[in-house]
Design a protein. Structure first.
Lengths: 357, 357
DNA sequence: TCGGCAAATTTGATCGTTCAAAATTATGCC
DNA sequence: GGCATAATTTTGAACGATCAAATTTGCCGA
């Protein structure tokens, strides 16, 4: 064989598979040893300024990037965060999942991490869920996990707690488990929406809840009740209709045509608000002037509706950053479990569905 | 130092960080060598039946899973597919992204792969996009990429073609580049929707297009024009209103109150259909009985609307599987570039917004 | 000029796996 | 039974990086 092949200075040729540039190549080019190149990347303060400059130049010149597999093998850290893709439930699709994942990818990028999306279908049973997590842990593919749509006594939390593996959750975790969670203060946000309506003079406000029993829905309802209880005298009602749009429409229509009709509808979700819009129209009333409506989540639909829907916006970027920060902290010191979770506010976005009177 | 520590038979203890189980541990437990364990996993046919059984038992017993980093380092294959998270564009959020990613995670899982989500913001400029891809390539973190929302002359396609790195695209790729794409036959689907309306006796059908210039929108429009041209005598129109909901509503309202009002509205997207619904109501007409409406994409909104919206459903699972299959093929044989892309049909889902007459 | 000590750099070992080739064991056939 | 050949298993090396320890260099004052 001829002399050792020198790395192609231009690795730009599309067709041929160029041999990968290793730390050794950079070392040779800069006239230093492997370890010095490694230090240039991981502990630059240890190098003399001139050396650092020389090595950095060689790195740029050759377009060197350390092989993450080799690095992971040696250091045990992977710079990858696992995120289980929840099953696609056609009955309750999560319109925010796309946006949340974008925010997560951005937040992770800020600390040099990536998101590993893997299948984990709760419908396959707890055993399958546990396996999907344990496989990733055993294969050492991730440093930790971020969970979303966490519910009370979430089996995923149990699996990870049991395994002693770092994670952070979007959604409150039951007491007695690691309190490494971030959540929206849905209660306060709903109360704020109600407060807004009260300020605008509404006195007959009706809450439309979803039939599903999910923690965030319970929180929102609590927020409504709380604001209602603290309000000046006035009649309030809590409707809890089904998720079937047609049935819900009829229920709301009945409400609106009966005596003492509400002047405002506070909806647990934007989708419920859409149904409410349709019921209001079916009752020959107008959203905004006749009946104020608020939603929750601030999905894109809100601005497409006419009038545009007042809603509570989830601070996805802040949530994602908080989750990533907490996870990284847990990875770096698995022993330090945060004493409490973090509640972030959801900002009410006021639009034409709640016009000032 | 004492004797070599034997691996904990029960690695279940949550608090202590158990040493990881290596192939060596399994080999010792099964009374064979490293390589035999490796073969049990990667080439079981090479082992005698009795040996295989013994090794498999040891693997299960110890809960062994090969370290993916070590394996990647040696083999060069990572079992990870990169997916760039498109920037969150509030003006045109993609309501299907969540569902698409779920489908992708599932399809990848079926062939033992995972999805690596990384930030790649086109708004940061072509240079930043190229860097985000090249970083991942140079760090050898992925085997290939899957792109979505691919447009004509997509810069990401250029970057990957240039780098000679495997990828598969959801969305047609311009000729002269690797035709490794999968797409929806939007043209045929739109034509099918028009055909449906024609069958129902509609003769004045209006197409509502979005102002954005995107390939799939062009395809849908072409489908409309094509079906219109082939139809029996009848008047057709093509409206191209703006994306501003209010302005669009007015435009449609004018259409509906003018002479020769259309009896059917074919909308380029479900969101446009939502606006159309509101315009129809504003014109004191009823969706369904007075004016038929169709959408495109079949987002969750469709079934929440009243009447439910007829739309063309994207076969996300089939798309995801096709993309993964094509990518894996490209990874295994980078030389073999498919001669042509793959068009998948979008199934019209008929609902009450297009009632039979 | 020469210790002494800190700073800078290099060397050897190692992470856990698979490849390639060598070594061992089993099988078939006369 | 003996031998060629196939089947099975083992050994040594390597993937590309970082750690830990050893070595060299640079700087300062006596």
């Amino acid at each position: 064989m001829a002399a050792a092949p020198s790395p192609l200075t231009t690795a730009r040729r599309g067709t041929m598979t160029a041999r990968q540039v290793t730390i050794e190549d950079v070392a040779r080019a800069a006239g230093v040893s492997r370890q010095t190149v490694s230090n240039a990347l991981n502990a630059p303060h240890r190098l003399r300024e001139a050396t650092l400059a020389r090595v950095t130049a060689a790195i740029d010149e050759l377009g060197y990037r350390p092989d993450q597999s080799a690095r992971s093998l040696r250091t045990g850290t992977r710079k990858v965060i696992g995120y289980p893709a929840p099953a696609d439930n056609p009955a309750d699709p999560n319109p925010l999942m796309g946006g949340f994942l974008q925010a997560l990818a951005t937040a992770a990028d800020d600390v040099g991490h990536r998101i590993l999306l893997f299948r984990s279908d709760p419908q396959q049973g707890a055993r399958a869920v546990a396996k999907s997590f344990n496989d990733l842990i055993a294969a050492r593919q991730v440093d930790g996990f971020i969970l979303s749509d966490v519910i009370h006594d979430d089996p995923r939390v149990d699996v990870l707690t049991e395994a002693g593996f770092p994670f952070a959750a979007f959604g409150r975790i039951a007491p007695g488990r690691p309190q490494n969670w971030v959540d929206i203060d849905s209660t306060a946000a709903t109360a704020a929406l109600v407060g807004l309506l009260l300020d605008q003079g509404h006195r007959r406000i009706c809450y439309l809840n979803s039939a599903a029993s999910l923690p965030w829905l319970a929180d929102r309802r609590a927020g409504f009740l709380q604001a209602a209880a603290a309000a000046p005298a006035g009649a309030f009602e809590v409707g809890v209709p089904d998720d079937d749009p047609a049935a819900l429409t009829h229920a709301v229509q009945r409400l609106l045509t009966g005596p003492d009709r509400p002047t405002a509808l506070v909806c647990a979700t934007d989708w419920l608000a859409l149904t409410a819009y349709q019921a209001v129209r079916a009752a020959d009333l107008t959203v905004g002037s006749d009946v104020a409506v608020t939603g929750f989540n601030d999905i894109p639909l809100c601005t497409l509706l006419q009038p545009a829907l007042t809603s509570a916006r989830l601070p996805l970027a802040a949530i994602a950053h908080a989750l990533v920060d907490r996870l990284i902290a847990a990875v770096e010191d698995p022993a330090a479990v945060p004493a409490s979770g973090l509640l972030l506010p959801a900002e009410p976005i006021v639009r034409d569905s709640t016009p000032g009177r």
